[in-house]
Design a protein around this ligand. Sequence first.
Ligand code: PRP
Length: 223
Amino acid sequence: MSDSRPLTIALSKGRILEQTLPLLQAAGLHPAEDVQTTRKLMVDGDCHGEKVRFLIIRAADVCTYVEQGAADMGIAGRDSLLEYRPHVYEPLDLKIGRCRLCVCGPKALVEAGTPERGSRIRVATKYDKLASEYFLAQGIQAEIIHLYGSMELAPLVGMAERIVDLVETGGTLKANGLIEETTMCNISSRLIVNPASFATRKHSIQSIIESLRQAVELSEQTK
Ligand code: PRP
């Protein structure tokens, strides 16, 4: 990939984008158009007088774009980083997109007690690795049923006994008669950087990291 292209930053579509934009603004990163409404997937922009480029992609794909060097930096959820384990630097916790990765299930089933060691359960999730490792450590034989979204539906239709999914307000669980069994870990969005880009564009990247660090601190102080 040529180094003459503008520094490229991958942003996650969806609910994280709304929380990302004020941080970008405060850090002096300005997309030339509204990234929330445009149908464009690549948008030019400016950072302190230098050209930059934003890629607007699905959260789970940010790790791939940054790992492959198609983006120099990106904003990815800790959930994706833990699941996909890309070879990237992770210099900054942006403290947005906060939620938790949980094991959840139908209220009656969860209240009946955690599955015993050696028992078999079906688990619907998009976090195949994390879920497998978690249940393996508990001595539970988990059949992982991979889904791309709306995991909460799987127990309702008898397809799984548990789900492993993100919980923020708990509203989706409640609306579907599910409850949390265990919190596996806390999640927030992280700034990630391609290692080769960091080596070749150190000055620009460090300056963006520093601006974002200050924007995060400011935003935390005003909460
Ligand atoms: C996420 C997550 C839960 C929901 C949790 O899904 O997968 O379904 O949000 O949020 P809550 O605790 O505030 O209700 P999202 O809406 O991003 O869509 P998805 O199911 O397609 O991943």
